[in-house]
Design a protein around this ligand. Sequence first.
Ligand code: NAG
Ligand code: NAG
Ligand code: NAG
Length: 337
Amino acid sequence: MKALQNILLGLLGASFAQIGVFAQDDDSSAEEGDLTVEQGNSTYFNPIFPGFHPDPSCIFVPEWDDTFFCAASSFNAFPGIPIHASKDLKNWRLIAHVLNRPEQLPRLAETNRSTSGIWAPTLRYQDDTFWLFTTLVDDEKAPEDASRWDNIFFKAEDPFDELSWTDAIHFEFEGYDPSPFWDEDGKVYVTAAHAWRVSVDLDFAPEKEEEEAGITAFLTQNHHLDLGVVYLPSGSETASFPGPRGGDESAVEEGDLAPHLRFRAMSYLPVPDTLVVPLPGAWAGETLRLEISAKNNTHYSFSAGPASARSQVQTIIDVSNEHLSWGFNGLALQKMG
Ligand SMILES: *[C@@H]1O[C@H](CO)[C@@H](O)[C@H](O)[C@H]1NC(C)=O
Ligand SMILES: *[C@@H]1O[C@H](CO)[C@@H](O)[C@H](O)[C@H]1NC(C)=O
Ligand SMILES: *[C@@H]1O[C@H](CO)[C@@H](O)[C@H](O)[C@H]1NC(C)=O
């Protein structure tokens, strides 16, 4: 594979100069080899990594003689997580696989689907060490199944030396695409992704008309979708509750203040009408759970129910995300009120 790679690179350009790199140590290893650098004008192929090299994560490392390194996803292929190196961003050489010994991550061999295994890695250089963060995913498991995600990292002092890459080191996170950040005070933070759902449990006893608490999908003060519990005169509803209500309806006189669920939206684009539904009498006095979840690629679901009984949670409304994100995902979800 390496030989083939070198031949392919050799065919790409007109004039090449082989320069020795990594002469930083007097015993610098021959395995590090040479990386090709082109002189003058030439052409190159785009994409720079032809074939199956998804999710490239690339860094420039001055300490390693101004070299670029890229890692790629490899799903359940073995050896996995290829590392390529380049001096000129055109000519790339496969220098190692992070996953080169089955015992580094035995569970890789148990993954079944071709979309399972190693998902998008993040390659970093910090404290004289190369760090590779990634997630081993069992893609056939449900997103809410915590065992679907195995978040891991590997370290290497010498990225060219396959034996230098450590066994997988596991850390707890339910999600994928982890990315580390080293703060100046020495703390390390890892961000990552998840198909999200956010909820709040609300103990709320309003006393005045229009008093409200709830949750919001928020972009700016001019773009937000809100679901709240609000104290309003009975009869204010614009729709009936989408599900069984229960409780003693006759206890509330027309015009008496009573808790309602209210969905309101604001955006530069036309938004759905404000929706007000009475809070089911059966939930009176209970801690309520309000929830926003990603229903699919284009819509949020806003739901409410008693915190103690997930089976009773009802979707109040599904709303398009175009009011907030116009197709990009840049949302903050927060409590309001
Ligand atoms: C590269 O091409 C440009 C445009 O044709 C030319 O001006 C320049 O001299 C060339 N450079 C080299 C190093 O050949
Ligand atoms: C892969 O499939 C086999 C056979 O159905 C099953 O026993 C195993 O648990 C599966 N692996 C995972 C990680 O789900
Ligand atoms: C996403 O959900 C909305 C609301 O239920 C629905 O109208 C839309 O068709 C769904 N889109 C897809 C791609 O399933």
